[in-house]
Design a protein around this ligand. Structure first.
Ligand code: ZN
Length: 162
């Protein structure tokens, strides 16, 4: 089922998400709906809060299969990278965002199993972007003043907030 992606201006995107304490019987269905929504958009990452569900869950697919992250936490970072990022909640806008080049992450996977690993480059950026969503932070909060101003101007002109 394709869910409605909340757009910039929706207060739910500024909320902090709650830890998930158990993967109940609705969990697999929720992941499937998130995946349907992300692939339909199309996008490479989607956080539950972007469809109005305030739980620490996000998914991504960089072309090599669906990855599911529950209660993801960045426990270490290394290096620095600047890259242009878009967001399904802020359509047609791309802004430069400073990210760590590498992140060490702990999370539960789709089966509730704890995983710890190091991600680099694009995957590291996507994980940082999605973890930001779990904390109510958007790319517009992370870019510089000038790019934020320009993006907001463009949003006012072209995007209908529904
Ligand atoms: Zn986003």
């Amino acid at each position: 089922m394709i869910l409605t992606i909340r757009k910039f201006g929706d207060p739910v995107l500024k909320e902090k998400c709650n830890r998930i304490n158990n993967l109940d019987c609705n969990f697999a269905g929720l992941v499937k709906n998130l995946a349907d929504t992300m692939y339909n958009a199309p996008g490479i990452g989607l956080a539950a809060s972007q469809v109005g569900i305030l739980e620490r869950l996000f998914i991504c697919d960089l072309g090599d299969g669906l990855q599911v992250y529950v209660n993801a936490k960045i426990v270490a970072t290394e290096g620095e990278d600047m890259n242009e990022e878009g967001c399904l909640s802020i359509p047609n806008i791309r802004v430069p965002v400073k990210r760590a080049k590498k992140v060490k992450i702990t999370a539960l996977n789709a089966n509730g199993k704890k995983v710890t690993f190091v991600a680099e480059d694009l995957l590291a950026h996507v994980i940082q972007h999605e973890v930001d969503h779990l904390n109510g932070v958007l790319v517009l909060d992370k870019t510089d003043t000038e790019n934020r101003r320009r993006a907001l101007e463009e949003l006012r002109e072209h995007v209908q907030i529904d």
